[in-house]
Ligand binder design. Structure first.
Ligand code: SAM
Ligand code: SF4
Length: 475
């Protein structure tokens, strides 16, 4: 399958701004959403083509409940048809919350005098990771404020530290990053440390709104942030994640801009974003956000389904910012990764105290406080297949979602077997008895979806090896 870069009014130039607010509003204001056209666009996506800006606007403008249901059904079908029932699990780990920026929506912003600041020491980081490993985590995203203490070398140091922590059968096999934009040299340093994805959210793609919410510090520079992932691509860091913080500006504009950003990366680097994130504003210490653009649950579910259909080959991340009930519902619209057992307070994974959230110590409110085991248990009840797979990244298969999407048999021969093996490891090492029983049943059921007997035999053999103590087996 080939990407289909579109022809844009503004040419796509590497490392240069590519958002034209007027162009986006023109699409939204002048695109009609007649029933036939909406169904046609959904079908185009189900045929594994990614959508143009105009087609995305068709879905955005669909308001009839019957058409909204068709969009959600389309996203559900695409998820089932292309990706199956796997959900990859990870945990965020906040390393330091000093910050020199002044983002009005964030509890860590420089002017929030009530924020309780700290940077974990190396020893604290090790303890946190041991605690995460004791819970069964294999994939982390390390998170930092923007501060001169957290430069590329420091980020690289913490990444290497994370990979080095082994407790029992526990180890971290993939470390992703959510931190400030770096310069070319900085991106090279973190790439060489072996990171997975580097995530940078534009927060809002609307330049004037951006100015209103980012009052000072490096982050006040809209363009520097917008083209930062181009710098990552320039030095070969091609595994990048984009996102918008929904609730700052009109959600329709942000969805279109995410697609525009995706197009830009495809057109210039021949590879789209590895993941798209769509955090929604949550309460935070001294939150100073105008509620006018807050996104309600119905629009949020709709926009997730639209993103799935518009970029069918990209990973989509849904975090514990959202409640368990909402996550359980919208996960079916094509989400591929969720966090589990999430704690945002620095040092809290290894703390024996089960404290209530204190917003002065955390970036924002978490609404899903289920433990990792609870989430796995409930995913199993929902016929999903929890996965800790890190095989593509470790075998140098970049663009894994694109491969899942476009390479025939990739899911049956790689993803499902790897999900089964990592779930088997989790069951043997960490699951409680009830979850273990459900987990083995799910493994049995998912084995049936492997069409080739040779692969089935190989997976069975490897599960036996896992029971005997072997770890980290993957295809
Ligand atoms: N400091 C780095 C930066 O700004 O790029 C790291 C990102 S921050 C620690 C992680 C993300 O959390 C931000 O990019 C933003 O989208 C999101 N965030 C900040 N405040 C939030 C809030 N009140 N509710 C929900 N998400 C929030
Ligand atoms: Fe700092 Fe990031 Fe929070 Fe902005 S969102 S104040 S940069 S931690």
């Amino acid at each position: 399958m080939k990407f289909q870069p579109e022809v844009y009014k503004i040419p796509d130039v590497k490392g240069q701004a590519f958002i034209d607010a007027e162009e986006i509003w023109n699409y939204i204001n002048n695109t009609k959403a007649e029933k036939e056209r909406v169904l046609e666009v959904i079908q185009k996506s189900l045929n594994k083509n990614r959508l143009s800006l105009e087609e995305t606007a068709v879905l955005i403008n669909a308001r009839d409940p019957e058409l909204i249901e068709a969009i959600k059904n389309g996203a559900r079908q695409l998820k089932e048809k292309v990706y199956g029932n796997r959900i990859v699990l990870f945990a965020p780990l906040y390393i330091g919350n000093y910050c020199s920026n002044n983002c009005l929506y964030c509890g860590f912003r420089s002017t929030n005098k009530e924020a309780n600041r700290q940077t974990l020491s190396d020893l604290q980081i090790i303890k946190e990771i041991e605690a995460l490993e004791d819970n069964g985590q294999k994939r982390l995203i390390l998170v930092y404020g923007e501060h001169k203490m957290y430069d590329a070398k420091y980020i690289a140091h913490t990444v290497k530290l994370a990979y080095g922590v082994k407790k029992g059968n526990g180890e971290i096999r993939r470390v992703n990053i959510n931190a400030a934009p770096l310069d070319h040299e900085g991106f090279k340093i973190v790439k060489d440390a072996g990171i997975g994805t580097y995530q940078i959210f534009q927060e809002t793609y609307h330049p004037e709104t951006y100015k209103k919410y980012h009052l000072s510090g490096n982050k006040a520079d809209y363009e520097n942030r917008l083209v930062s992932l181009d710098r990552a691509q320039d030095v070969g860091l091609d595994d990048v994640g984009i996102g918008a913080l929904f609730g700052l500006y009109d959600w329709r504009f942000e969805v279109m801009a995410l697609i525009r950003h995706t197009n830009h990366l495809e057109a210039c680097y021949n590879i789209g974003p590895h993941t798209i994130s769509f955090p929604r504003i949550q309460d935070a210490s001294n939150l100073a956000v105008d509620e006018r653009y807050f996104v309600n649950d119905d629009d949020f579910a709709k926009l997730i389904a639209i993103l799935r259909l518009a970029v069918p080959y990209t990973g989509m991340i849904l975090t514990a910012r959202e409640s368990a009930a909402l996550r359980d519902e919208v996960i079916h619209f094509g989400v591929s990764q969720i966090d589990g057992g999430t704690k945002l307070e620095l040092g809290s994974y290894s703390s024996s105290l089960n404290q209530k959230q204190d917003l002065n110590k955390e970036q924002f409110k978490v609404n899903d406080d289920r433990s990792l085991n609870q989430i796995i248990d409930e995913l199993l009840d929902d016929n999903m297949l929890p996965s800790f797979c890190t095989a593509c990244y470790r075998l140098g298969r970049t663009g894994e979602h694109f491969m899942e999407f476009s390479v025939p048999g990739f899911i049956k021969n790689k993803c499902t077997p790897n999900a089964i093996l990592t779930l088997a490891e989790y069951i043997v090492d960490y699951a409680n008895e009830e979850t273990a029983q459900k987990g083995w049943k799910a493994i049995e059921k998912n084995m049936e979806s492997l069409s080739e007997q040779k692969m089935k035999d190989s997976v069975i053999e490897r599960i036996e090896l896992i029971k005997l103590g072997k770890r980290d087996l993957y295809y």
